[in-house]
Design a protein around this ligand. Structure first.
Ligand SMILES: Nc1nc2c(ncn2[C@@H]2O[C@H](COP(=O)(O)OP(=O)(O)O)[C@@H](O)[C@H]2O)c(=O)[nH]1
Ligand SMILES: [Mg+2]
Length: 292
């Protein structure tokens, strides 16, 4: 069991990092927190949500993220959604200082939206940077788990394909394609991650600085594969925690052609030379004990 200690009720909460606060017991009692988090200065965490036509989802998603009450900021990168997603976020940003909107004029893809979000995160000094879909496939309740895991690993991933993880409401064909692509990626790219195309992640800022996302030109699932591949090959530690993934609310905003492109991306990466390892020793750890 993880090392924990009891913190007295008079604790100065401002000193607790967001991750430490999720371990707190209710109201004024003795509190149990992870001591290393308690000692750390408060970390800044940003959740990046790329959106295209997510008007029905984005308001409830932002409310759910803020109601976690763990000190998160949220950045929505919206590509001029015709359904008014951007306007909804702009209104929420007026009421909540934690909410930010980056509006781009037209649909430019999931990958470049993530890159724009990463640039914002690094410019504004965030320590932990999460990405998630707007569509509730990625349940906000896993966000604190991903942040906490990023205390001990450089990149944490909400995974459908580790024990305890699951996919709900996908047809057989989509399950098989996704499973197959991930098996292929794992073998061809020589990474030990089971869910290489998962978009529900928490990166430590140093990972983003090292992998240079702006130089990634691929989009969609290929972008997710390439960011993971660059991080793993650079020697950063990657951890997966099981999530139950539920098929999205509303239609997918990623074209089906992206699945085929992911295949050619795997081939390209398998044949290319990764960046030199920076400072860290590779440790790839699977976390099978996190709550689902
Ligand atoms: N900004 C931006 N977001 C996008 C684009 N394409 C998809 N998204 C968003 O990226 C996330 C993942 O797309 P989604 O449709 O859920 O893909 P799926 O989960 O693979 O079906 C969602 O929040 C989408 O709204 C895009 O071109 N630009
Ligand atoms: Mg989705």
């Amino acid at each position: 069991m993880r090392d924990r200690r009891v913190i007295p009720p008079q604790t100065d909460f401002a000193r607790l990092s967001p991750c430490a606060r999720i371990d707190c017991l209710p109201a004024g009692r003795a509190l149990i927190v992870n001591p290393s988090l308690f000692a750390a200065p408060r970390l800044k965490a940003l959740v990046i949500v790329p959106t295209y036509n997510e008007a029905e989802n984005i308001g409830p998603l932002i409310e759910s993220l803020l109601s976690l009450d763990i000190g998160l900021d949220v950045l929505v990168v919206d590509d001029g959604s015709p359904d008014g997603t951007g306007a909804i976020v702009a209104n929420l940003a007026q009421d909540h200082v934690q909410v930010h909107l980056k509006s781009r004029p037209q649909k430019m893809g999931l990958g470049s939206a993530c890159t724009a979000g990463f640039e914002f995160a690094l410019e504004h000094g965030y320590d932990r940077v999460l990405t998630m879909d707007a569509d509730f496939s990625h349940n906000p309740r896993y966000v604190p788990v991903l942040i906490e895991l990023a205390e001990r690993h450089h990149l944490s991933i909400g995974s459908r394909y580790v024990p305890g993880g699951a996919v709900r409401l996908w047809g057989l064909r989509r399950r098989m394609v996704s499973r197959g692509a991930n098996r292929l990626a794992r073998i061809a790219l020589d990474v030990r991650t089971s869910d290489c195309t998962a978009g529900f992640r928490c990166y430590r800022a140093e990972v983003l600085r090292a992998i240079d996302p702006a130089s990634i030109t691929s989009d969609g699932y290929s972008y997710l594969l390439e960011t993971l591949w660059r991080a793993a090959k650079a020697g950063f530690s990657v951890v997966e925690t099981p999530i139950v993934f539920t098929d999205r609310r509303g239609a997918s905003k990623i074209s089906s052609g992206q699945i085929t492109k992911a295949g050619s991306t795997i081939l390209r990466l398998a044949l290319s030379t990764p960046q030199k390892a920076p400072v860290v020793t590779p440790t790839i750890v699977r976390n099978e004990n996190s709550p689902v």
